[in-house]
Design a protein around this ligand. Structure first.
Ligand code: THU
Length: 162
């Protein structure tokens, strides 16, 4: 028996104003997108902004439903819109921002497992590591270069090959 260990590399910034100008703009787009969240049940508004390979920025926000599982996270709302309207364009960077009606979101919000799985698919077809910038209402940032840092050993298309 052997123990296999997987390591992650995460950049931490005290504030998103320490990021590159282009990335700051993407974070600001995610902050703005969170204002369009439809989150009457959780009171937790999330915004996502994607930078596509040609410079296009696509945004999304979480859209809840009274039948709770029918709702969708901000990240998937944005990724599916990008996939539907800009097929063939790789997602270079994805920024996430979250705020709550009830408390201050102090630490950067990481995407849920289902969103990570969807990111994995788009990263694969985009043929480049996706940069993911996770932010909080405090401005604090965690960023990774490549989904492998937040979803190691993903289930992917290779697993379906004989
Ligand atoms: N949510 C997102 O949109 N993205 C995340 O990364 C975490 C969770 C949404 C789903 C739901 O509408 C609300 O936040 C509370 O879970």
């Amino acid at each position: 028996m052997q123990i296999l260990k997987f390591t992650s590399e995460v950049e931490e910034y005290n504030h998103y104003n320490e990021l590159l100008e282009e990335e700051q703009l993407l974070v600001k787009a995610a902050i703005k997108a969170a204002d369009n969240a439809y989150a009457p049940y959780s009171g937790f508004s999330v915004g996502a902004a994607l930078l596509l390979q040609d410079g296009t920025v696509v945004t999304g926000s979480n859209q809840e439903n009274v039948a709770y599982p029918s709702g969708l996270c901000a990240e998937r709302t944005a990724m599916f819109w990008a996939g539907a309207n800009h097929p063939q364009k790789a997602i270079v960077t994805l920024a996430i921002f979250a705020k709550s009606e009830d408390f201050e979101v102090v630490d950067p919000v990481y995407p849920c497992g289902s969103c990570r799985q969807v990111m994995s698919e788009y990263e694969r077809i985009g043929k480049q590591p996706m940069r993911i910038i996770m932010t909080a209402a405090t401005g604090k940032v965690h960023a990774v270069n490549g989904l492998i840092n937040i979803l190691p050993v993903a289930f992917d298309a290779d697993n379906l090959k004989r």
